[in-house]
Design a protein around this ligand. Structure first.
Ligand code: MN
Length: 406
């Protein structure tokens, strides 16, 4: 049994004074509308459209794509009537993109204007709807490139909007509801700032539709937020009932045609459903990565502590010769500690060793440090016995401490 699970977010952005976008999450119906018009008109247009769509969507019987088309046409009429009744609202209009789960595990999608619906299927993002604006149509006709369109001065001119005429052509698309697929409805404030690659990356990374919707809005704000941003993420899920395999063939039933009832292109595609669980490998990978990182950090910290505490060195504390545990000067936050004092001072060793003692003579063990001190003292005593202290030892600046002579 197919069901939908959605998350949504909307934000005024960083430049516009008010949010004229509206969204609808009313399972099995989801929509985004982006209003336009001076003063409060844009906000009125999108609100009236969303409310009328929701009220006119007939849930009493089996749902089919026509329910959604009729609801969209009712929304168009409601905005038009509102503008007729309020002269200051004249000319207001709105985009509308809506999705509904209908009979036969299919998703009906309608679109008017330049809000968008994308499907994220098999890790790939595809725009299902076509933008009803001047430059998008110029691209479709091959008159300009996609890159030229992005910077075209007239890229905001819409060729179709809801509520500006008593009737409007509605594009209809029908997609199979494949478990694991994600649908993204958004106002133009999202694709204006965020590339398809980044949108796909967010949908890949964040399995929760609410998290994904919030993150997409944040990305658009971080990249300028020049327009209102509205995002609805709808995930197709399936409870444990098995489905029959479907044909792999892709059939275009009819090319986009304008019909009397204002119906636009109708496209059907059938795909083989592939059960997917793209969220769990990502989560596992993240957990494994964090664990490995923690082990590396732990080993590193252990190594530093071991290194810092493992050695000994012979040094000076004032004039006294002492043995420290640790490294001369310390390692990071770990300072050497005084391990033991000897009975000797700088006067008990040859002056040639004083420099070494000041900077610290490293030894692998406490015993080695002790015998190093012993060697220095014996060396001094031998040299004193051989030729007498004043002759061979140059005067040092260090004063002898009389009490500690061995
Ligand atoms: Mn917009």
């Amino acid at each position: 049994m197919i069901s939908l699970r959605a998350g949504s977010a909307t934000d005024v952005g960083l430049v516009r004074p008010e949010n004229q976008d509206q969204l609808l999450v009313a399972d099995p119906l989801y929509a985004v509308a982006d209003g336009m018009g001076g003063h409060a008109a844009g906000e009125v247009a999108s609100s009236v459209a969303i409310e009328a769509l929701n009220n006119a969507f007939d849930r009493s019987g089996p749902l089919n794509p026509d329910n959604l088309i009729q609801a969209a046409l009712a929304a168009n009429r409601a905005v038009w009537d509102e503008a007729e009744a309020n002269p200051e609202m004249r000319g207001m209009g709105t985009t509308l993109v809506a999705l509904a789960l209908v009979e036969g595990d299919q998703l009906a999608i309608v679109n008017i204007g330049d809000s968008r619906l994308y499907v994220f299927h098999d890790e790939e993002l595809r725009q299902v709807t076509s933008d009803h604006n001047l430059v998008a149509e110029m691209v479709a006709q091959g008159r300009i490139s996609k890159e030229e369109a992005e910077v075209h001065p007239r890229r905001n001119i819409m060729t179709r909007a809801l509520g500006v005429e008593p009737d409007v052509p509605v594009d209809l698309f029908v997609e199979p509801a494949v478990p694991g697929d994600r649908y993204l409805l958004c106002s133009d404030g999202l694709p204006r700032e965020v590339s398809d690659e980044l949108i796909a990356a967010v949908l890949r990374r964040l399995a929760n539709p609410q998290d994904a919707a919030k993150e997409l809005v944040n990305e658009a704000k971080n990249r300028g937020g020049n327009d209102n941003i509205t995002v609805v993420v709808v995930d197709v899920t399936e409870s444990a009932v098995s489905r029959e395999e479907e044909d792999v063939t892709a059939v275009t039933v009819a090319a986009p045609v304008q019909e009397g009832g204002g119906r636009g292109g109708r496209r059907f595609r059938r795909r083989q459903p592939r059960p997917k669980a793209f969220s769990s490998p990502v989560t596992l990978r993240v957990v494994a990565f964090v664990l490995v990182l923690l082990v590396i950090i732990g080993l590193g910290a252990f190594g530093v502590v071991w290194y810092a505490r493992s050695g000994y060195f012979v040094g000076l504390q004032h004039q006294q010769i002492v043995i420290y545990q640790g490294r001369p000067g310390g390692v990071l936050w770990m300072k050497p500690t005084l391990k033991e004092r000897t009975d000797y001072t700088t006067a008990d060793v040859l002056p040639v060793h004083l420099q070494t003692l000041q900077s610290g003579q490293q030894e692998a063990s406490l015993a080695a440090a002790r015998s190093y001190v012993q060697r220095l003292v014996e060396e001094k005593q031998q040299s004193a016995g051989a030729s007498g202290p004043p002759a061979t030892t140059p005067p040092t600046t260090v004063a002898r401490s009389p009490a500690t002579t061995a």
